[in-house]
Each structure stands twice: as structure tokens, then as C-alpha cells.
Design a protein around this ligand. Sequence first.
Ligand code: SF4
Length: 425
Amino acid sequence: MEAIHLKTVDPVGQALLRLASVQGLELSWDRFEALQPQDGFVRTGLSCAFGCMQGPCRIDPFGRGAKAGVCGLDRDGMVAANLLRLCLDGAIESGADAAPAAAAMLRRPQASVTAMLRLALRLAEGVVAKAQDGSGSHAFEVGYGILAPAPAIGVAGTIAADTAAGLAGTRAVSLGSWALVNGALLPFACTSGEAELTLVSQRISTLVAGPDADPGLLALARRLGIPLGLEGSRQPHPAAPASDAGIEAGQVGKGVVHFGAEAVAGALKGNRKPIALFGGFDTPHQSLGWLPTEVAPALMGDGCTVVAWGDAALWMAKAGLADGAHESPAVLVGPQAGAVQVVQAAGSGGIKGACFAGLRDSRDVALALGLALHGVRVLVATPLPVWGSKAVMATLKDVLAASGGSLTQVDKPIGADEIRAWFNE
Ligand code: SF4
């Protein structure tokens, strides 16, 4: 608990963390700590990603142990295959062509490092081409204070259209998912990384979760006796218990998010400043909210228009940085496709850089690579699994440089000052 500020910057979130600790509730941070140190082979790309049952094989990152897999695959091939696997997963996830060629290439080692990387980049391009997450501009509110008047139905993950329709006329809030009900964006009680904390507040009367909601969230709801599903939402709301977490005093921020190429282009019309793209999803590697609320004002002060997506956009709205009343408000765009639409609207020449503060899934990896292929300077602020091969990193650098872009990678999560310095290089 002494490191509570390292988990989230939100004072209400910190109070909820204390409440969870007193009640003996296990949260994602507890699981994250129990998992340390996380697998260094996977982290460096040196755990084999081929669909081969003769392993599992791993190569020692320091060269003291195994130097090749059973089949003789070396570290460069293993790292390249990992990147190809991530891009293939991202392509499937985003509905882009699944590239049977990639699946075939990942059965057993058969292709060169260069061939695997070229195919990975082709898949990344496909993910960029398919990027779409809605249309129109939607005003929203975000913050724990939304739960102050009364308990609400909490919505987590991606819910189906008929589930969303069933929520019409109810008091529902989002636990970090971008859900439209009756054409309006649900107000956000929190960002995606704070969803478990919000259950601890006892202000969520029912949890309606999509299939991609975290299992830990569902387990916590069961432990707390929170009904699951729309059926549960028809039960009477319990009275809000007295809370010592400060929900009543929780801030409520405002913002407008622009979905789709037309709305994004409209939001950037007339912009003359260099654009700093800053976004991504909450990650336990950093204190939630720290990077968006530190980096965005600094970049605004440096004369940039900050454009944000994902949880980073929600944190900026929570901090009042996206409110129309702010002298230089951040422009908020769709949670994953938004960054692509900004590049389409402004051109890579109008973009100072694009920083992914945290990656959620393999589609984010493909998007980061795809933006770099479109000539954008890209920074990923948490490590990608490529550090096991200097050859892979060098080849990627050369290929991306030929398209006018770059992908800066880090070997450990980096801080706000380093990100600001990178934007200003
Ligand atoms: S492809 Fe080679 S390195 Fe990978 S699991 Fe099979 S034998 Fe091991």
C-alpha cells in the first residue's frame, strides 16, 4: 500500500485500492506483482512462436544456455517469427486478411528472417487499411463522480448490439469500454485499467460484460455478489452504501470523441500546429494516468496539438485537458482506429510523432508498425518482444526508414520526460 501512487494517479482510485486491501480483495495489481519477474524469454522474443510440437524451445538471451531450438532455429529466426505471429493475430483480430501465407510460414521454420519481417509488415498494413471504429462525434463524461448520485449498471468489454439495445432507458455506465447505447456514448465511470477498482466502490449494481472482459473482473463481481448480465440489471438497485472512497467528491471530466475519417478530419480542420499523437491503453507497467496527464500538458506547452486515443484520451478528459474550456484542449479520437484516421487527415508530414503509452493486444502492435510504414515516427513506451535479435531490430529499422517512418522501442517502460524529449527530438 506504500506504493499506492505508483498504481494510479486518481485519488479516488487510491482510496478504492485501500478499501480493496482492507477487504482482502485481489486486484489486477496483486496478480501483476505475483507474476514478477515475468518471462524474460517471451519478453525478448526468444520463446518459439512456431506451431511446432517439438518444443517448447527457448534461447538464452545472454548466450549462456541454449543458442538454438531443437530444429536449429537461431535467435533471429525466433524473434522474427514472434513478430510475424503478433501481426498475424492482429490481422485476424481486426478482420484484415488473415494471410494464409503467414499461417503456413509459421507451421515450421522455412523462411528467412527478411521474408518473415516483410510478411509481418504486409499484415500490419492490412490492419491499418481495415482500421475503423465507428462514425460521428460524441460528447461524454468520465470520472468516478458519475457514480455519486446512485448505483449504476457497469458495462465492460465489447457488448453486442442487442445487449446495448437492452440497456436503453437504464442507468448504465462504462467501465472503460467505448459503448454506444441509443446512439450516445455511455458515460465512463473509469478507464479500462480501473474497472476492478470501480466494482470495489459498491456503486455497480450489475455487471454487463462482453466476451472480452477480463476473467478477473468477472471473478471479482462474483466475490462481491454483483449480478452478471442483463437479467441482473432488472433487479432493484441496492441503496448506495456509505463509502469512504470519496466517490461523492470524484472529479467528472468532459470530452468529445471523433470516430471515423470524416469526423476526425473535421476536428483537425484549420489546425496549424504540429500534431503530437499520444494514446494507448492502461498498463500495469505504469501508474495509471501518469503518462497522459504529464505528457499532454507538456506537449501543449511545447506548441503541439495533442491528439489522443484509448484510455489515454479518457485520462486527459478526466484531468480537464480535453474540455472545450481548456485553452488548448486535446482532440480525442476513436480508441484504436483514431490514430490511423489522424494520419490520413493530416498526412505524416503534419505529425510530430505518435506515442503508444501502453499496448492492449496484438492489433496495437500491428497498428504501431503500420503507422511507421506510413511514414510516421512511432514510439512504443513499453517493451516489444524484439530485443533478443539485433538483426531483426536493424532490418526493421532499415525497412521503416525506406518508407520515411521509424519505430523507437524501449527495453523497459519509460517516463514522461523521456517521451516529451522524444517528441521534441
Ligand atoms: S520450430 Fe524449432 S525452435 Fe520452434 S519449437 Fe519447433 S523445434 Fe523448437
